[in-house]
Design a protein around this ligand. Structure first.
Ligand SMILES: [Zn+2]
Length: 371
């Protein structure tokens, strides 16, 4: 099978991996079969039915761990607005390649696969590469969290996350803590509130404290300040009763240097009436821009970016936060051909030219790592 970056992206777009429900299995098997044909050792992991991730490796030596290239296979739903292009057939118009997941991030996955193909026969006795294609990245990085609990990931000495950056190398992103704060009260008739305990009042007191919460950390030179947002509030059943339960949903974004455990302790003491259910807790991803490998990445990207890349970070989360639990300390760059502004949009598209360029960039990075 000879495919170029654009036709391979189209092939990937034709698999409906909209999450929910996900169903990445067919797409994962398609990518895995290709990798196997090119000589990669391929493993699959399903944390739930049809939720398939792929881990493939080639080469490898005791002297140096491999380079990891990673991307996710799932895409977000089409949204309420009507598309003017077919989201699954890979329509093109000039440089634009349309489809759900074109930018986020099937163009990136295609570029990773093609870069891997050109090296599949030349990686023996080198550090080698490990390719990690995950299920269920959208909406909480569940697939990579599950994968990090297995033995499949092995080792990696550096990591490239192919999320959409228009091929601009980004040196990390914020961390995130997401939790529900539950408040309990005592129900009573609405005409006799003095007999009850109002859970919504408890939540309201907590909301005021959260809005005024001071992280007490200095501004990060690249990522800026940590943030806190209350995104949901639920409580009560009817207007004429004292509510005995209320719940708020909180999303905190952290910067490097913050200790998540200590932060959660401070949150708990700021809102002592709440019971916290933390359902996502991912550390920031950050590699100092002057790190040696990052400098090489900057050098390799320079002609494509048109200038020496500056230290910038991504606004969004990536699987790297989970993969780094296993690839601890690996310098990490977020670098992919998609357009960040197109992610999750109606009529999402990717640039065909950037997709081809990403293959060249990834090839140069593999070559550099496996010298
Ligand atoms: Zn993505």
């Amino acid at each position: 099978m000879t495919q170029d970056a654009v036709s391979l992206t189209k092939s990937l777009l034709r698999f409906d991996t909209v999450n929910p429900p996900g169903r990445e299995r067919d797409c994962a098997r398609f990518a895995g079969a290709m990798l196997e044909e090119w000589g990669f050792r391929v493993g699959y992991h399903e944390y739930a039915d049809s939720r398939t991730s792929v881990v493939a490796r080639a080469g490898g030596s005791d002297a140096k761990p491999p380079l990891c290239l990673t991307g996710h296979l799932d895409v977000v739903p089409l949204g309420a607005r009507k598309w003017t292009r077919d989201p699954f057939s890979g329509e093109t118009d000039g440089d634009k390649l349309y489809g759900r997941g074109a930018s986020d991030m099937k163009a990136g996955v295609a570029a990773i696969l093609l870069a891997a193909r050109s090296f599949s026969k030349h990686l023996n006795n080198t550090a080698g590469v490990v390719i990690v294609l995950t299920a269920a990245e959208e909406g909480g990085c569940v697939g990579s969290a599950q994968l990090a609990k297995t033995q499949l990931l092995g080792k990696a000495g550096a990591m490239i996350v192919g999320e959409p950056t228009s091929n601009y190398p980004l040196v990390g992103h914020k961390g995130s803590i997401k939790f529900h704060a539950h408040f309990k009260g005592v129900s009573a008739h609405g005409s006799m509130p003095e007999l009850g305990v109002n859970a919504i009042y408890k939540a309201a007191r907590a909301l005021a404290r959260l809005e005024a919460f001071d992280f007490q950390v200095p501004q990060h030179p690249v990522m800026g300040r940590p943030t806190l947002n209350v995104g949901t509030i639920e409580g009560g059943n009817t207007v004429n009763a004292v509510p005995d339960a209320a719940r708020i949903g909180v999303d905190i974004r952290t910067v490097p240097g913050m200790n998540h455990d200590e932060l959660l302790e401070r949150i708990r003491s700021a809102i002592p009436e709440a019971e916290l259910d933390v359902f996502s807790n991912l550390k920031p991803v950050w590699t100092a821009p002057d790190e040696e490998w990052i400098q090489r990445v900057f050098e390799i990207c320079r002609p494509y970016v048109g200038e020496a890349p500056a230290a910038r970070t991504a606004p969004y989360m990536t699987d790297a936060a989970n993969l780094l639990k296993v690839y601890s300390g690996a310098p990490t760059v977020v670098l992919g051909p998609g357009e960040a502004a197109m992610a999750h949009q109606t009529d999402e598209y990717a640039s065909q030219e950037r997709t081809r360029q990403a293959v060249a960039i990834y090839e140069a990075l593999i070559k550099d790592w496996c010298r």
